[in-house]
Write a new protein. Sequence first.
Length: 728
Amino acid sequence: MPSRFAAWTTLLLLLVLTVPPAHGQGASFEEVVVDVGNLGLTITNSGFIGRANIRNTPTGTPSMEYPLDSGVEHLFEAGLWIGARRSDGVFTVRTGAQTSSRGYQAGALGYELTPNQVVTERSTLTDSPALSSLGISHQDFLTSYVDTASILPNTFIPHPDPAGRLGIRVDQTAYAWNFPFTEYFTILTFDIENISSTTWDSVYVGIWSDIVVRNVNTTTDGGGAFFNKGGHGFLDSLNTVYSFNAGGEEETLNTYGGIAFLGAEWTNPATGAQRFFYPTLADEYEADGLTAPTVTPRWWNFGGNPDPELARPGTDQLKFDRMATAYPLVDNFRGPDGLVDEAGLAEAQAIWTEQLRTGGQRSEGNWLTLISAGPFRQVAAGDVLSVTFAFVSALKPDEFQGQAGKSIDTPEARRIFENNIGWAQRTFAGEDNNYNGILEPEEDVNQNGILDRFLIPEPPTSPTLRVELEQGKAVLYWADDAEQSIDPVTGEQDFEGYRIYRSNPGDDLGGNIANEATLVAQYDTPGNRTGFNNGLDEIRLAEPITFPDDTTTYRYRFESANLLSGWQYLFSVTSFDRGDPDAGLGSFESSRTANAVRVFPGTPPSDETGNREVGVYPNPYRVNAAWDGGTNRTRKLYFYNLPERAEIRVYTLAGEIVKELTHEAATYAGDTRWYNDFSSDNRLLPGGEHAWDLLSDNGLNLSTGLYLYTVKDLSNDEVQQGKFAIIR
């Protein structure tokens, strides 16, 4: 009887603690990619973030890639952690991810947040299929998940660890913009509702992550060697944990990746008042008898550590302690009198900081990261705790690029990164200029009496752009939709002009082709203090035009000639506004990446201009041609003057077929590893050319020698032949 009574008591207690009101039947696990800017971040409807297998399958969707299509990843997996003491005195932590080499595993411990809704998208972009009057950013993703399901939706898999439930529903929203000053971060807000019938005490909310900065396209490291090159740190003034590639030897851009705590909105059950929660408000909290808000960074080894504080926390109690206490532990420096040896603590902190920063140089950088905020003294039943983090990336400045700059981590090396974090904070703050969560009269720029977050000056929208390829040139057409843009802060229609950008041959191999693109022309309205005042007449079409497959009306035209066949060029057209010189507000410009198009000049299909002689270039092909990547699978040789539909065969001099290719001009978009590593889906090819990676049908490298080829026109079976040489 006692054991049966105890069992029923436990069951009833769990029901009281965790049974929620009806919130829907749940949804299957789903992941989407935030990629409207220059950062690609995978998010899910289960509190899990990233793509853990990105190292093994780098050609799939990004995990936390910056710049987009560069191969430089900054995250392998991350997850929301929520820790609290329940009314029964039990400390429990619900996690969207924890230390694992395989990523999300349905029903496994550590993946305790269950999909409750599918992911939906909203956007403020007028050309987006997700355009909505409720949109906040250029790409909002909304979903929700709970810790109260008995089984995972649409499966027979039991929910892990039902005894540890808190009674949580999380409404998660991701925000991203493609402005130049916002395109390197994604903001995630977690509205955490207590759907149990009791109060949570001593609540902490954090993001656990495996932040690893490596180029997944160019590195040759595998296994543990891939993950142990990280340098890590914490920016106390910006409440940000970060990582960088401190010891990798691959050719890559040098970047930072990090997670910043931006703030929280908390309702104090004792007063019913909602308060902004941020470390700079410590004095106000303490004056009201509350514990000061803190942000705590913690790290531990993936493979274990003899120091228990640096080993994986295996229980909820240990996880909660990690969320609530910093390392080195203050109590280890407390004397019998209760006083802290401040000098000894400071020395230990300095040693620990240096170990994190330099470990990757010695292949000792395989650290897992946790950043948590708290304590929120109580969260009452029915209350919602809103917590916001930003995932932020940045390039190191030019002087810290290259192998010599990899290990350098100084304020100067972090200046772009810190600026980017600052823009994430300003974007989240909106009208909250002094970051105190209170709307001052002078902050209410739109005079609606509400503290509006995510309210920032905006440049005009990105023009709708179309690029047409001609022999040796690209012709850009764009619409005038940007000219009707209204700034949400000033309420003015302040369009000023257009800028045209173009990359140069070889910029793609650095992995940052969009930022490498240079200004080739600017046209803006005359009669003011902004821009060149050269007018728009030179590019404005006498009559607007449309294209058969496109409903957009194009009013501007710009031609870029003398382009080299076979090379990749990126073109984009941005719009910019006047700014306000009298108020000291600079001109804002739309994103270079929003409408960027990559083009490969070359010959059109021969059917368009009559029969032409098929050829190969470069001929002879020398290994490590200027446009090649760094591996034997990222080489490139072109067949040109091809028919619209063709069969290409490559032979040895002895007549052995080593490669067969089928060319369809209407659908060909590049089918070799080179395009996966150095290009992206927004590319335009000429139609009469086909790239080959010089690998046989068996995936073998061809040796030095002379080779023959034939090209059959599949429309009439006419065959042309030729030869080329490979020189190694």
